[in-house]
Every structure is written in structure tokens, then in C-alpha cells.
Design a protein. Structure first.
Length: 135
């Protein structure tokens, strides 16, 4: 997946990835939950919940938006907000450190641009286009 991202997408392509807010010792610390956390290390592309800036307000807000995609039956407003922040792609992987984003979390069809076993990437622009048609 990382080779595909590096060879086929611009460095400006930004991803939403699975994450979890951890409140055990520190408040509002966000950690990615699967291999999506390594996108910046292997490709130089940015992710919404980077472990480099895991305690910032922006990363926390992004994690809340991703969580709302998982829990909501209408994820259009949350995807719209992430798109406004420049996140055009989603990265899905298997549950490594907690529940990851899954295909069924999204309420409408989307276009997969990469798939290999459990790992998938797709464009949020395609997802929004599908939502607008259905609305």
C-alpha cells in the first residue's frame, strides 16, 4: 500500500486513518490504530491523526470526526469537514491496536483505488460525489 501511495499519489494527498482517543494518564491523546500510522514515514504523505502531533487540538478534532464516521448513519457532514481540512483519501486496515475503520462504516459506495487483502485506500471525493447523487 505504501509503494502504491508513493508511486501514484501526490505528496499533498492526505489520509484519514483509524485512531482512538486515550484518556488514561493524559487528556485527549490520540493514537492511530493500524498501519495507516506509518504513511508519513514511508511516503511523506500526511494523516489526520499523526502520532508526531498526537496531543494537538487539530488531531483530536480529526479523531472525533473519524469516530463519528464509524458511529453515524449519516457521515456526509463529517467527511465534508475532513475534506475541508484537505483530507482527500481514506486508509482502511485490519484491527491491529483496536477497531479500525471498515468499509461498512461508510454509508454510501466509494471507489477503491488500492486493495490488497485487508488494506484498502479510496478517495473521499468519490464518496462525496456519491452522497450528493443520493441526496
Amino acid at each position: 500500500a505504501f509503494n502504491f501511495i508513493q508511486n501514484n499519489l501526490p505528496v499533498s494527498a492526505k489520509f484519514i486513518v483509524s485512531s482512538k482517543v486515550v484518556n488514561a494518564v493524559f487528556e485527549r491523546i490520540v493514537f492511530p490504530l493500524d498501519s495507516g500510522m506509518y504513511i508519513p514515514a514511508f511516503t511523506k504523505n500526511d494523516i489526520a491523526t499523526s502520532f508526531i502531533s498526537f496531543s494537538t487540538d487539530d488531531v483530536y478534532e480529526n479523531s472525533v470526526l473519524v469516530d463519528k464516521i464509524v458511529t453515524s448513519t449519516n457521515d456526509h457532514p463529517y467527511i465534508t469537514q475532513l475534506k475541508a481540512k484537505g483530507y482527500s483519501y481514506a486508509y482502511l486496515d485490519k484491527d491491529l491496536y483496536g477497531r479500525s475503520l471498515r468499509s461498512e462504516d461508510f454509508s454510501v459506495p466509494y471507489s477503491v483505488i488500492f486493495s490488497n487483502q485487508e488494506v484498502k485506500s479510496f478517495m473521499l471525493t468519490d464518496l462525496l460525489k456519491n452522497m450528493e447523487v443520493e441526496s
